[in-house]
Design a protein around this ligand. Structure first.
Ligand code: SAH
Length: 218
């Protein structure tokens, strides 16, 4: 069996293991098709290519990691993407999550606080032909107000509390998918839905472990 198929099988299996937490047995088939398509090996460093399709995180330098495939698939599913959606990602890292999102939605904006990572991810995504992704270097705590409001926001770093600008930049009915909790321990993956009256609904999905969301512009 090829490595990419093994990765898809691992994701499906982990979805089944966590079905009570995530409330479903399978993920959106469009999300799984994107996981099958995006060349994950191009997003991990040369030295870690042998782990490109393993269902675990991989170091990408600067103390950061590309998230495990299951988590990328789950977060993409939880944001409830539609073909015409514009999605904001906070924490570009390698650009892999942005590429998966770009396969299922119309437009992706992604913010990365580590400048060399932002530059490398932008270049990589352009080389791979992703014309519907824009990467910016900056503090994603503040979102990317120029393109707001968004049909969904995915934060791939753990925040001690929910950044208010991100909730502000959601359209009514849109979702924010974010790990909430102190770094160094486990965090609570939450789905925050903004209701039509601007109030929010919080769903606790499952325990996760992400690198911290820093806030240098505070
Ligand atoms: N989504 C990435 C993995 C993210 S790792 C991928 O698919 O490869 C988390 C990333 O969030 C790291 O690259 C880290 O530098 C970045 N980050 C942390 N705090 C941030 C902030 N305030 N704004 C933007 N990016 C941030």
């Amino acid at each position: 069996m090829d490595e990419r198929q093994a990765m898809l099988d691992d994701i499906e299996q982990e979805v089944v293991y966590t079905r009570r937490d995530i409330g479903k047995d399978t993920l959106d088939p469009r999300v799984m098709a994107a996981m099958a398509k995006v060349p994950r090996q191009r997003f991990v460093p040369e030295s870690h290519r042998f782990r490109a399709f393993a269902n675990g995180p991989v170091p990408i330098g600067h103390g950061q990691t590309i998230s495990q495939p299951y988590m990328v698939a789950l977060m993409t599913d939880l944001v409830a993407p539609r073909a015409d959606s514009t999605i904001l990602e906070v924490g570009t890292g390698s650009g892999y999550q942005a590429a998966v999102l770009a396969e299922v939605v119309a437009q992706v904006f992604s913010v990365e606080v580590v400048e060399p990572l932002a530059k490398a991810a932008g270049k990589r995504l352009a080389e791979l032909g992703y014309r519907n992704v824009s990467v910016r270097h900056g503090d994603g705590w503040n979102g990317w107000p120029e393109h707001a409001p968004y049909d969904g926001i995915v934060v791939t770093a753990a925040a001690a509390r929910i950044p208010p600008p991100l909730v502000e930049q959601l359209k009514p009915g849109a979702r924010l998918v974010i790990p909430v909790g102190e770094p160094g321990s486990v965090q609570d993956l939450q789905v925050i839905e903004k209701r039509a009256d601007d109030s929010i609904d919080t769903r606790h999905v499952l325990l996760v472990a992400f690198v911290p969301l820093v806030h240098p512009s505070a």
